[in-house]
Design a protein around this ligand. Sequence first.
Ligand SMILES: [Zn+2]
Length: 187
Amino acid sequence: MQVALENCPALVLNADFRPLSYFPLSLWSWQDTIKAVFLERVNVVSEYEREIRSPRQAVRLPSVISLKEFAPVARRPAFTRFNVFLRDRFTCQYCGQRFPTHELTFDHVVPRSKGGRTTWHNVVTACGACNLKKGSRLPRQAGMPLIREPMEPTSPMLQEFGRAFPPNYLHESWRDFLYWDSELDPW
Ligand SMILES: [Zn+2]
């Protein structure tokens, strides 16, 4: 059975990949979404299986879209899993390989057991194997130098990196997105 069209809203992200609003969550109807896609005001981040058909073509309904122009809200990029992965371009910062999100994890460069904090400057994207191999050692002790020093990204930087990934690479759905976008607890 086909999913009803009214059950296919799109999650709307600002150009920095944060939802335009959380409360209420920024959702657009499929009609508004399709219109914005054709007017080229948004990028499609992820799609539903569900299609709509015109005599000429079939179009998959977007499930997550991001605005091309940043809607001004004075804020720095949120410190979330998704944004850390995006900053590191879904690449393990130890072995340099790219992985899908579900195969990635975080690594504390200075391990928490040695006083390392959960911040932009101490958290990097790592694959499971490298994370395990490094354990609770410093990169130097483990003989695993970082590809790049972690830093706090700017919104335009994340926007730029996000454009490099095709739809559905980033998320299966917006429920998924909300999970990945949950704020990390800095301490
Ligand atoms: Zn790795």
